[in-house]
Design a protein around this ligand. Structure first.
Ligand SMILES: N[C@@H](CCC(=O)N[C@@H](CS)C(=O)NCC(=O)O)C(=O)O
Length: 317
C-alpha cells in the first residue's frame, strides 16, 4: 500500500468544533531524552524535521542553536507551503532552503509518521524529533522538545552551553503561569482568529488576543525579557508568534486591530532586540517562508498570492 492511500485527512483543513472555533489536536509522541532513559543523549542519534514557516518548529530551532546542539542533532527543512497531503520535501516542492529527506528519501513528512506508526491517524505536524536508533518519533510537541534541548544533552555538550538554563527552577512558576495564557490567547490565539469559521468565534479570539498583547506590552515596558530579567523559554515561545505577526497574522489571520510595529512599542523593541542581537533568533526566522506558508493556506487565501508587506519585514533597532 502506498503511503498516499493511508492519508486520513486533508492537511490544509483546520480542525473546527461545532461553534466554528479552531481546536488544536494534542500531539501524539511525548517521550523525553535523558541519561539512563530509553532515549539517551547521543551525538548523531536524533534528527529534527522543521519548516521555517511554523512558529512551533521555530521554537525548536531557536532552542537548538541557543544550546549549541548543531553538531549533536541534524536538522532537515521542509517546504512551508501548504499541500493537501502535508509538508513536502524538496523532490515535491523546491522552494529555497528546502531539503531532501536524508534518512529515508521520503517525499512528504507523512511518510515519516507512518514509519513510526503504520496506522497513524493524527496530523502530520512539524516539529518532529526522530530517533535513528529505535526508528521512531521521540516527540512532536514543541513545548516539550525545547525542554529536551534545554537539559537532555547537557552531559555531552560544552560546559558553557550546558550551563545555560532557559527554564531555571527559581523562575518556573512565573514562566509556567505566563506560558499558559500566552499559549491559549496569543500563540494559539492567532490561529483561533485565523481559522474561525463564524464571526462570533473570530471576534472572541481576536479580542482575547489583543487583550493579551496589551498585557504583554505592560510586562515588557522598560524590560528586555519577559521573566526575571533573563532570557527564558517564555521569550522563545512568544518570539516566534510576534515575529510573524505583522508579516502574516495581521493580514492572513485577520489579527488586524493593530500591528506590533505601530501599536506596541515595548513588544516591538523586545522582538527587534532578540532578532538583531541574537543569531539563534535571526537564523530561525525566514520571512519568505513565513509569508509563503500562511498565504498558501487555501482555506484562507485560495489564489495563493503572497502579500509583499510589511516593508521592511522587520525594522532596524
Ligand atoms: N502542538 C504542536 C503543534 C505543531 C503544529 O501544529 N504545527 C503545524 C505547522 S505550524 C503543522 O504541522 N500543521 C499541520 C497539520 O496540522 O496538518 C507543537 O507545538 O509542536
Amino acid at each position: 500500500m502506498s503511503t498516499t492511500t493511508k492519508l486520513t485527512h486533508d492537511a490544509t483543513a483546520p480542525v473546527l468544533n461545532k461553534a466554528g472555533a479552531f481546536t488544536r489536536p494534542a500531539s501524539s509522541f511525548r517521550n523525553v531524552i535523558e541519561v539512563g532513559g530509553q532515549y539517551a543523549p547521543e551525538k548523531g542519534r536524533y534528527h529534527l524535521y522543521v519548516t521555517y514557516g511554523c512558529p512551533w518548529a521555530g521554537r525548536t530551532l531557536i532552542a537548538w542553536k541557543l544550546k549549541g546542539l548543531e553538531e549533536i542533532i541534524d536538522v532537515t527543512v521542509l517546504s512551508s507551503k501548504s499541500h493537501t497531503e502535508g509538508w513536502a520535501f524538496k523532490d515535491i516542492d523546491d522552494f529555497p532552503l528546502v531539503e531532501h529527506d536524508p534518512l529515508f528519501g521520503a517525499k512528504r513528512l507523512s511518510e515519516i509518521y507512518f514509519k513510526a506508526e503504520p496506522n497513524y491517524t493524527g496530523r502530520y505536524t512539524v516539529p518532529l524529533l526522530w530517533d535513528k536508533k529505535t526508528n521512531t518519533i521521540v516527540n512532536n510537541e514543541s513545548s516539550e522538545i525545547i525542554r529536551i534541548f534545554n537539559t537532555g544533552f547537557n552531559s555531552i555538550i560544552a560546559a558553557d552551553k550546558a550551563a545555560l538554563d532557559f527554564y531555571p527552577a527559581n523562575l518556573r512558576e512565573e514562566i509556567d503561569a505566563l506560558n499558559e495564557w500566552v499559549y491559549d490567547t496569543v500563540n494559539n490565539g492567532v490561529y483561533k482568529s485565523g481559522f474561525a469559521a463564524t464571526q462570533a468565534a473570530y471576534e472572541d479570539a481576536v479580542t482575547k488576543l489583543f487583550a493579551s498583547l496589551d498585557r504583554l506590552e505592560k510586562i515588557l515596558e522598560g524590560k528586555d525579557y519577559l521573566v526575571g530579567n533573563t532570557l527564558t523559554e517564555a521569550d522563545v515561545r512568544l518570539f516566534t508568534t510576534i515575529i510573524r505577526f505583522d508579516a502574516s497574522y495581521f493580514t492572513v489571520f485577520k489579527c488586524n486591530i493593530r500591528t506590533i510595529r505601530d501599536g506596541y512599542p515595548a513588544i516591538h523593541s523586545w522582538v527587534r532586540k532578540l532578532y538583531w542581537n541574537n543569531p539563534a533568533f535571526k537564523d530561525a526566522t525566514q520571512f519568505d517562508h513565513i509569508k509563503t506558508g500562511y498565504y498558501s493556506m487555501p482555506t484562507l487565501n485560495p489564489s495563493g498570492i503572497v502579500g509583499v508587506g510589511m516593508v521592511p519585514n522587520i525594522l532596524p533597532l
